[in-house]
Design a protein around this ligand. Sequence first.
Ligand code: F6R
Ligand code: ZN
Length: 217
Amino acid sequence: MNPDNDSIKPASAPCPLAAIASDDLFVHYTLDPARLGDRPMTERRLADLRGCFADGAAFEAALRRGNPLLYSVSPVEPASGDGQLHYGLGVLQPGKIGAEYFMTKGHLHAHRPAAEVYVGLAGEGAMLLEDEATGESRLVPLLAHSVVYVPGRTAHRTVNTGAAPLVYIGIYPSNAGHDYAPVAKNNFRHVVIERDGRPAPVPRAEIKNRRLAGSPV
Ligand code: F6R
Ligand code: ZN
């Protein structure tokens, strides 16, 4: 043990540096087009978000017109194991279904304590955060030159509230994983819609009641 630097500890496993490919140690990103090196991008199209948008009729009508790309994600997974990080570039297109902005599916981390940091690179959007235990919600801006902290045990969904692609990087523990099931079953308690020209989080129950009353949003 070095008494002057207690951060230097005997490694419990071989240092993985030599095992990491150099193109995982350094990755260049571009914004136009938004890409992370030449990494493959996983695409999510409108049809992949069936059940996510509040206005089911507007969703089906949009799908009859086409199946546009909503977002793409390029993950980088240099190393896995205790303390290691993964990250991914996300590109979320602008648009709306009814009054609800284009958004990601949203998820909790399979390893619930895992937090995440989102770095906004371009565009205008927001993160919808929902505490799994209490249901408390926050809508936090996600903008270029800004960073959003997503605590562990918090469902998170990215929303594009602007007119251009929203580009961001999410950085998370390598063991975080994705758990989509709770959001697929219960969705978020709030819907992010354009109201009076501005993004507003509205309780889902309120939207349903308005539609039943014959005044769709
Ligand atoms: C990773 C993370 C992001 C999302 C991306 C797409 O933990 O939060 O990289 O995976 O924004 O959203 P989902 O995964 O909800 O479709
Ligand atoms: Zn996440």
